[in-house]
Design a binder for this molecule. Structure first.
Ligand code: AMP
Ligand code: MG
Length: 483
Protein backbone atom coordinates (compact mmCIF):
# COMPACT_ATOMS: atom_id res chain seq x y z
CA UNK A 1 0.00 0.00 0.00
CA UNK A 2 1.34 3.38 -0.98
CA UNK A 3 0.08 6.07 1.39
CA UNK A 4 0.12 9.50 -0.27
CA UNK A 5 1.68 11.42 2.62
CA UNK A 6 2.02 15.17 2.21
CA UNK A 7 3.91 16.40 5.26
CA UNK A 8 3.65 20.15 5.59
CA UNK A 9 4.62 20.39 9.28
CA UNK A 10 7.88 18.56 8.63
CA UNK A 11 8.71 21.26 6.09
CA UNK A 12 8.65 23.96 8.79
CA UNK A 13 12.06 24.95 10.24
CA UNK A 14 13.88 22.29 12.25
CA UNK A 15 13.33 24.06 15.58
CA UNK A 16 9.63 23.14 15.34
CA UNK A 17 10.29 19.44 15.93
CA UNK A 18 12.82 16.64 16.32
CA UNK A 19 13.15 13.92 13.71
CA UNK A 20 12.71 10.62 15.43
CA UNK A 21 11.65 7.19 14.14
CA UNK A 22 9.25 5.16 16.29
CA UNK A 23 10.77 2.44 18.47
CA UNK A 24 10.50 -1.19 17.40
CA UNK A 25 8.28 -3.45 19.47
CA UNK A 26 8.67 -7.23 19.88
CA UNK A 27 5.26 -8.70 19.00
CA UNK A 28 2.69 -6.28 17.58
CA UNK A 29 -0.89 -7.49 17.47
CA UNK A 30 -3.83 -5.55 16.13
CA UNK A 31 -6.57 -4.92 18.69
CA UNK A 32 -8.91 -2.80 16.61
CA UNK A 33 -8.84 -0.77 13.44
CA UNK A 34 -11.40 1.91 12.66
CA UNK A 35 -12.60 0.90 9.21
CA UNK A 36 -14.89 3.91 8.66
CA UNK A 37 -12.13 6.35 9.55
CA UNK A 38 -9.59 4.48 7.41
CA UNK A 39 -11.94 4.85 4.44
CA UNK A 40 -12.42 8.54 5.13
CA UNK A 41 -8.65 8.95 5.12
CA UNK A 42 -8.40 7.07 1.84
CA UNK A 43 -6.50 4.20 3.50
CA UNK A 44 -7.18 0.56 2.77
CA UNK A 45 -8.63 -0.83 6.01
CA UNK A 46 -7.93 -4.41 4.89
CA UNK A 47 -4.26 -3.55 4.33
CA UNK A 48 -4.03 -1.98 7.79
CA UNK A 49 -4.84 -5.42 9.20
CA UNK A 50 -2.07 -7.20 7.29
CA UNK A 51 1.34 -7.74 8.95
CA UNK A 52 2.63 -4.81 6.92
CA UNK A 53 -0.22 -2.57 8.06
CA UNK A 54 0.19 -3.61 11.68
CA UNK A 55 3.90 -2.94 11.21
CA UNK A 56 3.06 0.67 10.52
CA UNK A 57 0.49 0.95 13.32
CA UNK A 58 2.96 -0.45 15.85
CA UNK A 59 5.85 1.72 14.72
CA UNK A 60 7.89 -1.27 13.49
CA UNK A 61 7.87 -0.13 9.92
CA UNK A 62 7.92 3.45 8.72
CA UNK A 63 5.92 3.58 5.49
CA UNK A 64 7.31 5.27 2.39
CA UNK A 65 6.50 8.97 2.44
CA UNK A 66 6.22 9.24 6.23
CA UNK A 67 8.62 11.69 7.91
CA UNK A 68 8.40 10.81 11.59
CA UNK A 69 8.81 13.75 13.95
CA UNK A 70 8.14 14.65 17.57
CA UNK A 71 6.65 18.15 17.80
CA UNK A 72 8.00 20.81 20.15
CA UNK A 73 5.65 22.61 22.53
CA UNK A 74 5.52 24.14 26.00
CA UNK A 75 2.59 24.75 28.30
CA UNK A 76 1.01 25.69 31.57
CA UNK A 77 0.32 22.53 33.54
CA UNK A 78 -2.21 23.11 36.33
CA UNK A 79 -1.34 26.79 36.07
CA UNK A 80 2.43 26.28 36.37
CA UNK A 81 4.66 27.22 33.46
CA UNK A 82 6.75 24.48 31.81
CA UNK A 83 8.97 25.92 29.07
CA UNK A 84 9.52 22.61 27.29
CA UNK A 85 7.13 19.70 26.99
CA UNK A 86 6.82 18.41 23.43
CA UNK A 87 5.82 14.99 22.18
CA UNK A 88 7.46 12.77 24.76
CA UNK A 89 5.62 9.64 23.74
CA UNK A 90 4.13 10.49 20.38
CA UNK A 91 5.47 10.51 16.86
CA UNK A 92 3.79 12.19 13.94
CA UNK A 93 4.13 9.92 10.91
CA UNK A 94 2.81 12.54 8.54
CA UNK A 95 -0.28 14.07 6.98
CA UNK A 96 -2.76 12.69 4.51
CA UNK A 97 -5.59 14.32 2.61
CA UNK A 98 -8.76 12.28 3.02
CA UNK A 99 -11.44 11.48 0.48
CA UNK A 100 -13.34 14.43 1.99
CA UNK A 101 -10.47 16.73 1.03
CA UNK A 102 -9.48 17.37 4.67
CA UNK A 103 -5.82 17.23 5.72
CA UNK A 104 -5.19 15.18 8.85
CA UNK A 105 -2.23 14.11 10.96
CA UNK A 106 -1.52 10.45 11.59
CA UNK A 107 0.32 10.10 14.87
CA UNK A 108 1.52 7.13 16.90
CA UNK A 109 1.15 7.47 20.65
CA UNK A 110 3.28 5.25 22.89
CA UNK A 111 5.94 4.62 20.28
CA UNK A 112 9.06 5.26 22.33
CA UNK A 113 11.31 7.97 23.66
CA UNK A 114 11.95 11.26 21.89
CA UNK A 115 14.15 14.26 22.76
CA UNK A 116 11.08 15.58 24.63
CA UNK A 117 10.54 12.54 26.85
CA UNK A 118 12.17 14.09 29.93
CA UNK A 119 11.96 11.30 32.56
CA UNK A 120 9.37 9.23 30.71
CA UNK A 121 9.72 5.98 28.80
CA UNK A 122 7.79 7.15 25.75
CA UNK A 123 5.49 4.15 26.04
CA UNK A 124 1.79 3.69 26.70
CA UNK A 125 0.03 1.03 28.72
CA UNK A 126 -2.89 -0.86 27.22
CA UNK A 127 -5.51 0.69 29.54
CA UNK A 128 -5.00 4.36 28.60
CA UNK A 129 -4.84 3.39 24.91
CA UNK A 130 -8.22 1.64 25.08
CA UNK A 131 -9.63 4.55 27.11
CA UNK A 132 -8.54 7.11 24.52
CA UNK A 133 -9.89 4.90 21.73
CA UNK A 134 -13.31 4.60 23.36
CA UNK A 135 -13.74 8.16 24.56
CA UNK A 136 -12.42 9.97 21.49
CA UNK A 137 -14.61 7.90 19.18
CA UNK A 138 -17.60 8.35 21.50
CA UNK A 139 -17.07 12.12 21.38
CA UNK A 140 -17.00 12.03 17.59
CA UNK A 141 -20.20 9.97 17.50
CA UNK A 142 -21.83 12.43 19.92
CA UNK A 143 -21.07 15.17 17.44
CA UNK A 144 -18.27 16.88 19.36
CA UNK A 145 -15.10 17.95 17.53
CA UNK A 146 -12.44 15.49 18.65
CA UNK A 147 -9.30 13.75 17.53
CA UNK A 148 -10.02 10.24 16.26
CA UNK A 149 -8.85 6.71 16.88
CA UNK A 150 -7.54 4.90 13.80
CA UNK A 151 -6.17 1.85 15.60
CA UNK A 152 -4.92 0.23 18.78
CA UNK A 153 -2.14 -2.35 18.72
CA UNK A 154 -0.63 -4.33 21.58
CA UNK A 155 3.15 -4.47 21.52
CA UNK A 156 4.03 -7.70 23.31
CA UNK A 157 6.20 -5.83 25.80
CA UNK A 158 5.55 -4.75 29.36
CA UNK A 159 5.66 -1.15 30.50
CA UNK A 160 6.45 -0.26 34.04
CA UNK A 161 3.88 1.89 35.85
CA UNK A 162 2.78 1.25 39.47
CA UNK A 163 2.83 -2.34 38.26
CA UNK A 164 4.02 -3.92 35.03
CA UNK A 165 1.35 -3.58 32.36
CA UNK A 166 1.03 -4.74 28.76
CA UNK A 167 2.14 -2.02 26.36
CA UNK A 168 0.19 -0.68 23.41
CA UNK A 169 0.40 1.88 20.62
CA UNK A 170 -2.50 4.15 19.73
CA UNK A 171 -2.87 5.67 16.28
CA UNK A 172 -4.40 9.10 16.58
CA UNK A 173 -5.82 11.12 13.73
CA UNK A 174 -6.21 14.87 14.20
CA UNK A 175 -6.94 17.97 12.14
CA UNK A 176 -3.50 18.94 13.43
CA UNK A 177 -1.53 18.71 16.65
CA UNK A 178 -0.87 22.43 16.99
CA UNK A 179 -1.59 23.45 20.55
CA UNK A 180 -1.74 26.70 22.51
CA UNK A 181 1.49 25.33 23.98
CA UNK A 182 3.09 25.25 20.51
CA UNK A 183 2.68 29.04 20.31
CA UNK A 184 3.88 29.38 23.90
CA UNK A 185 7.04 27.43 23.06
CA UNK A 186 8.15 30.10 20.59
CA UNK A 187 6.76 33.08 22.50
CA UNK A 188 8.81 32.08 25.54
CA UNK A 189 11.93 32.08 23.35
CA UNK A 190 11.06 35.48 21.83
CA UNK A 191 11.16 33.76 18.48
CA UNK A 192 8.81 36.09 16.62
CA UNK A 193 9.82 34.69 13.23
CA UNK A 194 8.69 31.25 14.32
CA UNK A 195 5.48 32.67 15.78
CA UNK A 196 4.70 34.35 12.49
CA UNK A 197 5.37 31.14 10.58
CA UNK A 198 3.26 29.11 12.99
CA UNK A 199 0.38 31.60 12.85
CA UNK A 200 0.46 31.60 9.04
CA UNK A 201 0.60 27.82 9.06
CA UNK A 202 -2.34 27.52 11.48
CA UNK A 203 -4.36 30.02 9.45
CA UNK A 204 -3.71 28.18 6.19
CA UNK A 205 -4.59 24.86 7.75
CA UNK A 206 -7.55 25.70 9.97
CA UNK A 207 -8.87 29.20 9.37
CA UNK A 208 -8.05 30.09 5.75
CA UNK A 209 -10.61 32.92 5.79
CA UNK A 210 -8.41 34.70 8.37
CA UNK A 211 -5.67 35.09 5.74
CA UNK A 212 -7.73 37.72 3.95
CA UNK A 213 -8.55 39.70 7.10
CA UNK A 214 -7.14 43.18 7.69
CA UNK A 215 -5.35 41.77 10.74
CA UNK A 216 -4.82 38.02 10.16
CA UNK A 217 -3.27 37.46 13.61
CA UNK A 218 -6.33 38.96 15.27
CA UNK A 219 -8.62 36.96 13.00
CA UNK A 220 -6.75 33.80 14.06
CA UNK A 221 -7.20 34.71 17.72
CA UNK A 222 -10.90 35.39 17.22
CA UNK A 223 -11.36 32.13 15.32
CA UNK A 224 -9.65 30.06 18.01
CA UNK A 225 -11.66 31.79 20.74
CA UNK A 226 -14.89 31.02 18.87
CA UNK A 227 -13.89 27.38 18.24
CA UNK A 228 -12.98 26.84 21.90
CA UNK A 229 -16.14 28.56 23.18
CA UNK A 230 -18.20 26.31 20.94
CA UNK A 231 -16.25 23.24 22.04
CA UNK A 232 -16.69 23.78 25.77
CA UNK A 233 -20.36 24.58 25.16
CA UNK A 234 -20.61 21.09 23.60
CA UNK A 235 -18.78 19.38 26.50
CA UNK A 236 -20.88 20.70 29.35
CA UNK A 237 -24.34 19.56 28.22
CA UNK A 238 -22.91 16.06 27.80
CA UNK A 239 -21.44 15.96 31.31
CA UNK A 240 -17.93 15.66 29.89
CA UNK A 241 -14.93 16.54 32.05
CA UNK A 242 -11.65 16.72 30.15
CA UNK A 243 -9.57 16.40 33.28
CA UNK A 244 -6.30 18.01 32.07
CA UNK A 245 -7.09 21.33 30.42
CA UNK A 246 -3.47 22.40 30.42
CA UNK A 247 -2.53 24.80 27.64
CA UNK A 248 -0.56 22.03 25.93
CA UNK A 249 -3.82 20.08 25.68
CA UNK A 250 -5.74 22.82 23.86
CA UNK A 251 -5.82 22.28 20.11
CA UNK A 252 -5.84 25.33 17.85
CA UNK A 253 -8.16 23.40 15.50
CA UNK A 254 -10.91 23.34 18.16
CA UNK A 255 -10.86 19.57 18.50
CA UNK A 256 -10.96 17.89 21.89
CA UNK A 257 -7.46 16.45 22.32
CA UNK A 258 -5.43 14.37 24.77
CA UNK A 259 -7.96 12.05 26.35
CA UNK A 260 -6.26 11.12 29.58
CA UNK A 261 -8.20 11.01 32.83
CA UNK A 262 -11.30 12.44 31.13
CA UNK A 263 -14.71 11.18 32.16
CA UNK A 264 -18.44 11.57 31.77
CA UNK A 265 -20.29 12.28 35.00
CA UNK A 266 -22.76 9.79 36.38
CA UNK A 267 -24.41 11.75 39.24
CA UNK A 268 -24.43 15.46 38.46
CA UNK A 269 -22.42 17.94 40.43
CA UNK A 270 -20.70 21.04 39.02
CA UNK A 271 -17.64 20.43 41.20
CA UNK A 272 -17.27 16.89 39.90
CA UNK A 273 -13.64 15.84 39.24
CA UNK A 274 -12.26 12.41 38.41
CA UNK A 275 -8.63 12.99 37.58
CA UNK A 276 -6.38 11.69 40.33
CA UNK A 277 -3.80 14.38 39.56
CA UNK A 278 -6.30 17.28 39.75
CA UNK A 279 -5.99 17.71 43.51
CA UNK A 280 -7.42 21.24 43.69
CA UNK A 281 -10.35 20.49 41.38
CA UNK A 282 -9.00 23.08 38.94
CA UNK A 283 -10.59 21.24 36.01
CA UNK A 284 -13.97 20.40 37.59
CA UNK A 285 -17.00 20.23 35.25
CA UNK A 286 -18.19 23.74 36.05
CA UNK A 287 -14.74 25.33 35.92
CA UNK A 288 -14.10 24.37 32.32
CA UNK A 289 -15.41 27.60 30.72
CA UNK A 290 -13.30 29.87 32.93
CA UNK A 291 -10.26 27.64 32.52
CA UNK A 292 -10.76 27.72 28.77
CA UNK A 293 -10.78 31.51 28.88
CA UNK A 294 -7.61 31.45 30.98
CA UNK A 295 -5.97 29.20 28.39
CA UNK A 296 -7.09 31.48 25.57
CA UNK A 297 -5.59 34.44 27.43
CA UNK A 298 -2.25 32.60 27.41
CA UNK A 299 -2.76 32.07 23.66
CA UNK A 300 -3.53 35.75 23.11
CA UNK A 301 -0.33 36.72 24.96
CA UNK A 302 1.74 34.71 22.49
CA UNK A 303 0.16 36.56 19.56
CA UNK A 304 0.74 40.10 20.89
CA UNK A 305 3.80 40.75 18.69
CA UNK A 306 1.71 39.88 15.63
CA UNK A 307 -1.36 41.96 16.48
CA UNK A 308 0.01 45.51 16.31
CA UNK A 309 3.25 47.46 16.38
CA UNK A 310 2.37 49.13 19.64
CA UNK A 311 2.14 46.96 22.76
CA UNK A 312 -0.85 48.94 24.04
CA UNK A 313 -2.77 48.54 20.85
CA UNK A 314 -1.98 44.82 20.67
CA UNK A 315 -3.16 44.40 24.23
CA UNK A 316 -6.44 46.20 23.72
CA UNK A 317 -7.17 44.19 20.56
CA UNK A 318 -6.46 40.95 22.43
CA UNK A 319 -8.60 41.98 25.39
CA UNK A 320 -11.53 42.88 23.17
CA UNK A 321 -11.28 39.51 21.44
CA UNK A 322 -11.10 37.66 24.77
CA UNK A 323 -14.13 39.58 26.02
CA UNK A 324 -16.13 37.92 23.27
CA UNK A 325 -15.57 34.47 24.76
CA UNK A 326 -18.08 34.66 27.60
CA UNK A 327 -21.01 35.80 25.52
CA UNK A 328 -20.41 33.27 22.76
CA UNK A 329 -19.92 30.42 25.21
CA UNK A 330 -22.95 31.32 27.28
CA UNK A 331 -25.29 31.63 24.29
CA UNK A 332 -24.30 28.19 23.01
CA UNK A 333 -24.27 26.59 26.43
CA UNK A 334 -27.82 27.82 27.09
CA UNK A 335 -28.96 26.75 23.64
CA UNK A 336 -27.51 23.31 24.37
CA UNK A 337 -29.37 22.94 27.64
CA UNK A 338 -32.59 24.39 26.23
CA UNK A 339 -32.47 21.70 23.53
CA UNK A 340 -31.96 19.04 26.22
CA UNK A 341 -34.98 20.36 28.13
CA UNK A 342 -37.28 20.97 25.18
CA UNK A 343 -37.46 24.72 25.76
CA UNK A 344 -37.97 27.45 23.21
CA UNK A 345 -35.45 30.26 23.33
CA UNK A 346 -38.09 32.67 24.64
CA UNK A 347 -39.17 30.27 27.37
CA UNK A 348 -35.88 30.69 29.19
CA UNK A 349 -34.02 33.59 27.62
CA UNK A 350 -32.21 34.40 30.86
CA UNK A 351 -31.21 30.80 31.51
CA UNK A 352 -32.83 30.88 34.95
CA UNK A 353 -34.73 27.63 34.41
CA UNK A 354 -31.57 25.86 33.18
CA UNK A 355 -29.74 27.11 36.26
CA UNK A 356 -32.49 25.98 38.64
CA UNK A 357 -32.64 22.58 36.95
CA UNK A 358 -28.92 22.06 37.42
CA UNK A 359 -29.22 23.10 41.06
CA UNK A 360 -31.92 20.46 41.61
CA UNK A 361 -29.82 17.80 39.85
CA UNK A 362 -26.78 18.75 41.92
CA UNK A 363 -28.72 18.69 45.19
CA UNK A 364 -29.63 15.04 44.66
CA UNK A 365 -26.66 14.11 42.43
CA UNK A 366 -29.15 12.77 39.92
CA UNK A 367 -27.68 10.68 37.11
CA UNK A 368 -27.10 13.29 34.42
CA UNK A 369 -27.48 11.19 31.27
CA UNK A 370 -30.43 9.16 32.53
CA UNK A 371 -32.22 12.30 33.69
CA UNK A 372 -32.30 13.75 30.20
CA UNK A 373 -32.90 10.34 28.61
CA UNK A 374 -35.97 9.76 30.77
CA UNK A 375 -37.14 13.35 30.36
CA UNK A 376 -37.09 12.79 26.60
CA UNK A 377 -39.39 9.81 27.17
CA UNK A 378 -41.72 11.96 29.26
CA UNK A 379 -41.71 14.50 26.43
CA UNK A 380 -42.75 11.68 24.08
CA UNK A 381 -45.76 10.96 26.27
CA UNK A 382 -44.40 8.09 28.37
CA UNK A 383 -44.92 7.76 32.11
CA UNK A 384 -42.63 9.89 34.30
CA UNK A 385 -41.95 6.96 36.67
CA UNK A 386 -38.42 6.26 35.38
CA UNK A 387 -37.55 9.94 35.75
CA UNK A 388 -39.04 10.12 39.23
CA UNK A 389 -37.11 6.98 40.17
CA UNK A 390 -33.83 8.86 39.72
CA UNK A 391 -34.69 11.14 42.63
CA UNK A 392 -34.56 10.25 46.32
CA UNK A 393 -38.26 11.01 46.73
CA UNK A 394 -41.27 11.49 44.46
CA UNK A 395 -41.81 15.04 45.78
CA UNK A 396 -38.30 16.20 44.94
CA UNK A 397 -38.88 15.31 41.29
CA UNK A 398 -42.49 16.34 40.99
CA UNK A 399 -41.89 19.89 42.15
CA UNK A 400 -39.31 20.25 39.37
CA UNK A 401 -41.50 18.46 36.83
CA UNK A 402 -44.41 20.81 37.47
CA UNK A 403 -42.10 23.76 36.78
CA UNK A 404 -40.84 22.06 33.62
CA UNK A 405 -44.35 21.42 32.33
CA UNK A 406 -45.14 25.11 32.73
CA UNK A 407 -42.21 26.28 30.57
CA UNK A 408 -41.33 23.44 28.18
CA UNK A 409 -42.91 22.66 24.84
CA UNK A 410 -42.02 19.00 24.54
CA UNK A 411 -44.30 18.28 21.58
CA UNK A 412 -42.63 21.04 19.56
CA UNK A 413 -39.07 20.18 20.57
CA UNK A 414 -39.07 16.39 20.81
CA UNK A 415 -36.72 15.90 17.85
CA UNK A 416 -34.25 18.41 19.33
CA UNK A 417 -34.41 16.66 22.69
CA UNK A 418 -33.67 13.31 21.04
CA UNK A 419 -30.73 14.84 19.20
CA UNK A 420 -29.37 16.51 22.35
CA UNK A 421 -29.82 13.70 24.87
CA UNK A 422 -27.65 10.66 24.20
CA UNK A 423 -28.83 7.24 25.27
CA UNK A 424 -25.31 5.88 25.66
CA UNK A 425 -22.17 7.62 26.86
CA UNK A 426 -18.86 5.96 27.74
CA UNK A 427 -19.50 5.48 31.40
CA UNK A 428 -16.46 5.20 33.61
CA UNK A 429 -17.34 1.83 35.04
CA UNK A 430 -17.90 0.37 31.58
CA UNK A 431 -14.57 1.69 30.33
CA UNK A 432 -12.91 0.30 33.43
CA UNK A 433 -14.61 -3.06 32.92
CA UNK A 434 -13.48 -3.18 29.27
CA UNK A 435 -9.91 -2.36 30.32
CA UNK A 436 -9.81 -4.96 33.10
CA UNK A 437 -11.08 -7.65 30.73
CA UNK A 438 -8.51 -6.60 28.14
CA UNK A 439 -5.73 -6.92 30.71
CA UNK A 440 -6.78 -10.54 31.17
CA UNK A 441 -6.82 -11.10 27.41
CA UNK A 442 -10.55 -10.70 26.71
CA UNK A 443 -11.21 -7.83 24.31
CA UNK A 444 -14.89 -8.64 23.76
CA UNK A 445 -16.25 -5.99 26.19
CA UNK A 446 -13.97 -3.36 24.59
CA UNK A 447 -15.22 -4.17 21.08
CA UNK A 448 -18.83 -4.30 22.25
CA UNK A 449 -18.51 -0.92 23.93
CA UNK A 450 -16.77 0.64 20.92
CA UNK A 451 -19.57 -0.57 18.64
CA UNK A 452 -22.39 0.55 20.94
CA UNK A 453 -20.86 4.01 21.44
CA UNK A 454 -20.74 4.59 17.70
CA UNK A 455 -24.55 5.16 17.79
CA UNK A 456 -25.15 7.08 21.02
CA UNK A 457 -28.58 8.45 20.13
CA UNK A 458 -30.14 5.24 18.80
CA UNK A 459 -32.37 2.94 20.83
CA UNK A 460 -30.84 -0.52 21.09
CA UNK A 461 -32.35 -3.19 23.32
CA UNK A 462 -29.29 -5.47 23.17
CA UNK A 463 -27.03 -2.86 24.71
CA UNK A 464 -29.50 -1.40 27.21
CA UNK A 465 -27.20 -2.55 30.05
CA UNK A 466 -24.67 0.05 28.85
CA UNK A 467 -27.16 2.83 29.60
CA UNK A 468 -27.33 2.05 33.28
CA UNK A 469 -25.73 4.09 36.02
CA UNK A 470 -23.12 2.21 38.05
CA UNK A 471 -24.23 0.28 41.10
CA UNK A 472 -22.67 1.64 44.31
CA UNK A 473 -19.84 -0.91 44.19
CA UNK A 474 -19.18 -0.18 40.50
CA UNK A 475 -18.72 3.59 40.83
CA UNK A 476 -15.34 4.79 39.58
CA UNK A 477 -14.25 7.78 41.64
CA UNK A 478 -10.86 8.42 40.11
CA UNK A 479 -9.35 8.23 36.67
CA UNK A 480 -5.64 8.30 35.76
CA UNK A 481 -3.65 9.46 32.78
CA UNK A 482 -1.50 6.35 33.00
CA UNK A 483 1.64 8.03 31.73
P1 AMP B 1 -0.24 14.67 28.67
O1 AMP B 1 -0.58 14.21 30.04
O2 AMP B 1 -0.58 13.66 27.61
O3 AMP B 1 -0.80 15.99 28.31
O4 AMP B 1 1.35 14.79 28.64
C1 AMP B 1 2.07 15.82 29.23
C2 AMP B 1 3.51 15.77 28.77
O5 AMP B 1 4.15 14.60 29.31
C3 AMP B 1 3.70 15.69 27.26
O6 AMP B 1 4.86 16.40 26.95
C4 AMP B 1 3.88 14.22 27.03
O7 AMP B 1 4.57 13.95 25.84
C5 AMP B 1 4.69 13.81 28.26
N1 AMP B 1 4.53 12.39 28.58
C6 AMP B 1 3.45 11.80 29.09
N2 AMP B 1 3.65 10.48 29.27
C7 AMP B 1 4.91 10.21 28.88
C8 AMP B 1 5.73 9.03 28.81
N3 AMP B 1 5.28 7.85 29.20
N4 AMP B 1 6.98 9.18 28.33
C9 AMP B 1 7.44 10.37 27.93
N5 AMP B 1 6.75 11.50 27.96
C10 AMP B 1 5.49 11.43 28.42
MG1 MG C 1 -0.91 16.37 26.40
Amino acid sequence: MNIPFDNTYARLPERFFAKRAPARVPAPKLIRVNTALAMRLGLDAAWLQTPEGVGMLSGNCVPAGAEPIAQAYAGHQFGGWVPQLGDGRAILLGEVIGVDGARRDIQLKGSGRTPFSRGGDGKAALGPVLREYLVSEAMFALGVPATRALAAVSTGELVSRETSLPGAVFTRVAASHIRVGTFQFFAARNDVDALRLLADYAIARHYPEAAGAVNPGLALLQSVIAAQADLIARWLPLGFIHGVMNTDNVAISGETIDFGPCAFMDGFHPECVFSAIDRNARYAWGNQPSICQWNLTRFAETLLPLLADSQDEARSLAEAALDGFGERFHARYLAGFRAKLGLSEGADASGAFVKDTLAVLAEHEVDFTLFFRHLTRVAAGESPDALVGLFPSRESCEAWLAGWRSVAEPAVHLAEMRAANPIRIPRNHRIEEAIQHAYSGDFAPFHRLAEALAHPYAECAETSDLELAPLPHEVVHQTFCGT
